[in-house]
Design a protein around this ligand. Structure first.
Ligand code: MN9
Length: 296
């Protein structure tokens, strides 16, 4: 462990780099980690949705985590996403993250089969009881089909390593209720386009895919909000959202990777069935990005 256990601030949900042959490119990934540290990121969220984790095999998952930990070298907090559809797999991934030296784990709820609340609670309990790392429950109803509630969270609080929630939902009322009623938990905002709103409602920071390619602007949003300067935070958010809106239209992860090209990194596209970006999309993204990031 790095000893980076504050977990507040802005965490890049790292994208995955591929070589021309479709293998994971750990050299480019490490370059991104180094670049983001230089741009003032507070930490990394590794092998999450943004990393296309469900299109990766187990060995790749572990190799990505190892590479990030190696490059990070204890400088920033590293949260390792260990979620899976199987409790046993998630426990195994969490055990690996602990051995490898991650600072915390996070897990999406098991999906696809519409597991009951009881089954989902037992999944989280198993991960927390069978590994020692702090846990961030990943609430992402739009993709997982499961929505965290205050009641379920209260039941998970019986586990001493529950540390917080990665909250990817636009239900700002629920975000506020969770933080206000559980001030000891760290709440990390998940939709980048709503970061200012999340921070205004009490979030301690954010995790985001778009942070990979616009960390300086996200840093300003966070710093302004932390200083209570919400007008300025909102102005930065409006610029970020002009870019995010274009990214959402063309596919967020492929767009992040294309925009990293502007910073000299070569990440390739996304794995199938994600579609490649068209040339028109790429040109539009570059133009919007240059227009709204140039003031940074
Ligand atoms: O980590 C990300 N969610 C996903 C959170 O990747 C599914 C967000 O950063 C979104 O990509 C972003 C765009 O909607 O807010």
């Amino acid at each position: 462990m790095n000893g980076n256990t504050n977990f507040r601030g802005i965490f890049a949900a790292l994208v995955t780099a591929y070589t021309a042959e479709g293998k994971i490119d750990l050299i480019q990934l490490k370059r991104l980690v180094r670049m983001l540290i230089g741009q003032g990121i507070d930490g990394f969220y590794v092998t999450g949705s943004t990393a296309e984790v469900f299109l990766m095999d187990e060995a790749e998952r572990f190799a990505v985590l190892d590479a990030v930990l190696e490059e990070n070298n204890g400088e920033k907090a590293v949260l390792s996403h260990v979620g899976a559809i199987s409790t046993d797999q998630a426990v195994r991934y969490a055990a690996y993250a602990q051995r490898a030296g991650a600072d915390a784990v996070s897990a999406i709820s098991p999906f696809y089969y519409h597991f009951s609340d009881e089954e989902i609670i037992s999944y989280y309990r198993a991960i927390m009881e069978e590994t020692a790392l702090p846990m961030f429950v990943y609430n992402f109803p739009a993709f997982s089909g499961f929505s965290l509630s205050e009641e379920i969270l209260a039941r998970l609080k019986g586990c001493k390593n529950l540390r917080g929630v990665k909250f990817t939902s636009s239900d700002m009322f629920l975000l506020e209720r969770i933080k206000t009623n559980n001030p000891e938990l760290v709440v990390l905002n998940g939709y980048d386009e709503m970061l200012t709103a999340g921070l205004a409602m009490g979030a301690d920071g954010g995790v985001g895919s778009t942070y990979n390619c616009m960390a300086p602007l996200i840093r300003r949003i966070y710093d302004c909000a932390a200083a209570g300067r919400f007008e300025e935070a909102r102005a930065c958010q409006q610029r970020a959202n002009a870019i995010i809106s274009c990214m959402c239209r063309h596919g967020v992860f492929a767009s992040v990777k294309a925009l990293l090209e502007l910073q000299g990194l070569s990440f390739g596209g996304c794995r199938r069935p994600f579609a490649p970006l068209t040339d028109d999309a790429r040109q539009e993204l570059f133009a919007v990005y240059r227009r709204y990031m140039e003031q940074e």
